[in-house]
Design a protein around this ligand. Structure first.
Ligand code: F6P
Length: 359
């Protein structure tokens, strides 16, 4: 008998269900007796013993279904060692629930924060496999996370739609793309959507350079400009400050503006007199059906996870490196972020064709 637990934690994304399907099908076809326990709503379910015994039926027909059949929640890593409001030791509670069910392995699907807790549970002696999910593609140790390309598709479509209206109205349009810490999604959707200016968290922007780029386009007779702005884009004068002051300055800005895009819009309006409109696709970027690439990626990662479980090879994230599924030791990657290198080829190429990064 093989008993595994599954949980999805953090912000959802497309292909969480497809990944779980890959894991369970990969196991069910290769062991005689399998029990799969699904913990509900992320680590909450593991802490408070909220789980369901799942059957083959639960995994049928979910390849194309976005969201997660298990539900999810954000449980900050930094609070994991702190008792809950009733004094419960969360880590101890998670271990007890794992042992009570006599699990052979717990498969955890999630992003960076989730991965840190997965590694903590590994350090505590549990058999853990982690699956890299996030639309942000910011997990260190894997070339790609599932969810990313589905979100790129949606953000690109938003920019595509803005293109037609932008060209009719001769305005400046800003499309705000998800990603507080990293700009992969903005970079890829921005290039795919043919945006003119991309503002990423990794490249602090100079508003005067942004305005120069708009003026240059107008002087050429382009008439409209589209900016793809990451949620975490940061003005260069704030980026210069120390961490604490940076946080304070951003909080102050956010009291005045709903998000950084509105600040950029206001500044452009003031400096150019041009009308600016902001579009925020927001959580639509995490919604809907996974794109074919993500269906394949998540199925492959899931099946590779199953293979590791069958080999009793625990303590790994299943990543994809140069097109091959690889086991990556959790201890080597937990807590690290894969940010966009401002000198990477994609950015150099984008700059060469005239895309501005406001730097
Ligand atoms: O990490 C995924 C992500 O969608 C980020 O791109 C975004 O900044 C954040 O989550 C939004 O979080 P929430 O869903 O909690 O508002």
């Amino acid at each position: 008998m093989l008993r595994i637990g599954l949980l999805t934690s953090g912000g959802d994304c497309q292909a969480l269900n497809a990944t779980m399907r890959g894991i369970v099908k990969g196991l069910a076809n290769n062991v005689k007796d399998l029990e799969v326990y699904g913990f509900m709503n992320g680590y909450k379910g593991l802490i408070y013993g909220d789980f369901r015994l799942l059957t083959g039926k639960d995994f049928s027909g979910i390849l194309t279904r976005g969201g997660t059949i298990l539900g999810t929640s954000r449980q900050p890593f930094k609070l994991m060692r702190e008792p809950d409001e009733n004094g419960l030791d969360k880590v101890e509670a998670m271990k007890q629930n794992y042992y009570k069910l006599r699990l052979d392995c717990l498969v955890i699907l999630g992003g960076n924060g989730t991965q840190k807790t997965a590694n903590l549970l590994r350090e505590e002696g549990l058999n853990i496999i982690h699956m890299p999910k996030t639309i942000d593609n910011d997990i260190y140790g894997t070339d790609m996370t599932f969810g990313f390309y589905s979100a790129v598709n949606i953000a690109t479509e938003a920019i595509d739609c803005i293109h037609t209206t932008a060209s009719s109205h001769r305005r400046v349009f800003i499309v705000e793309v998800m990603g507080h810490k990293v700009g992969w999604l903005t970079l890829y959707a921005g290039i795919a959507g043919g945006a003119d200016i991309l503002l990423l968290p990794e490249i602090p922007y100079d508003i005067n350079k942004v305005v120069d780029a708009i003026n240059k386009r107008n002087a050429r007779g382009s008439g409209f400009t589209i900016l793809a702005v990451a949620e975490g884009a940061i003005p260069k004068e704030i980026a210069k400050l120390g961490k604490k002051d940076q946080k304070k300055a951003m909080e102050k800005l956010m009291k005045k503006h709903a998000s950084i895009s509105y600040k950029v819009a206001e500044d452009i309006r003031e400096k150019t007199g041009i009308e600016v409109r902001v579009t925020v696709p927001g959580h639509t970027q995490r919604g809907g059906s996974p794109c074919p690439y993500d269906r394949v990626l998540s199925t492959r990662l899931g099946v590779e996870g199953a293979r590791l479980i069958l080999n009793k090879d625990f303590g790994y994230m299943v990543g994809i490196i140069n097109g091959k599924c690889k086991k990556v030791p959790l201890k080597d990657v937990a807590g690290k972020l894969k940010i966009v290198d401002p000198n990477c080829q994609e950015i150099q190429q984008a700059k060469m064709m005239g895309i501005s990064f406001g730097d």
